[in-house]
Every structure is written in C-alpha cells, then in structure tokens.
Design a binder for this molecule. Sequence first.
Ligand code: FE2
Ligand code: FE2
Length: 149
Amino acid sequence: MTLIRDYYAEHNSSRDLADAARRAMDAGEYDLAREEVARLAVELEDHWQGEEGGLFAVMVERYPDDFADYIRPLVEEHRALAAFLATLDVTDASHRQAFADEVLELHEHMLREEDSLFPASVVTFDGQDWTRAIDGWQQAHPDRELIAD
Ligand SMILES: [Fe+2]
Ligand SMILES: [Fe+2]
C-alpha cells in the first residue's frame, strides 16, 4: 500500500535525523546538533500530522472498538516528544541523555506502528478508507506526492 510506504520512509528519515543529532551531540558540535534537532522536529510534525489526520483518523472513526485504545497513547507520545524537543538544550548534559532516551522510545513507538498498526490497516481498510487516509496525509504534505509505484 503506497501510503504505508510513505509512513515507513518518514520513519526512516526521522531515525536518520535523530542519529545525526546524537552524533553531533556526542562530538560536541552543538550548533550542528541544534540544526539536526530542528530538522527532526519539522520532519516529525509533518509525519504526525499525516498519521493523525490520515490513517489514525480513519481507524478511530471507522473502527473505534478495534483501534481507539491503541492509537490514543501513540498520539499522546507525539505530543510529549514535540514538547520535549521544543525545550531541548543540547548544551546541557542531562538534556542530551534525555534526548538519547527519547530517541529509543521513538524507535519503539515506530516499531509499534510498523509491526501492528500499519499491517492492521492493510487487512481492515476498504477503498474509501484508503482514499480518506491518503487525503489526510496529502493535507499534511501539500507540496509532496506519494511515493510512486
Ligand atoms: Fe506515530
Ligand atoms: Fe509514525
């Protein structure tokens, strides 16, 4: 499913940006680390908007008994990480450790989506559901197109 491929690609991009930020922090290159964190925050905000306004919205509205309890904590984790990144001071050692912990949690968050939620949507959604989910993703990425076949 093409939309799922885009979500995967956004996860990979987020992992790469988080790794780059960590490497810059480890090297004491704090200006670079700040730039990588800022890029990560933008990438994640777009990704989260695409999930919450796309796949998640359809899952919760159309199949609430199956998915609402699973999706609620995922959305809360989006908000918590956004708040953390907004206050992150890369020159503070305790913040850098907290960032490393947050990145591990982000990896786990993405695995929950990749191993459970995305496959569940593939076996549950009908054509109309995909159209709505893709519309939500498109609104979050007005200047992008889905990955082509
Ligand atoms: Fe997510
Ligand atoms: Fe995600």
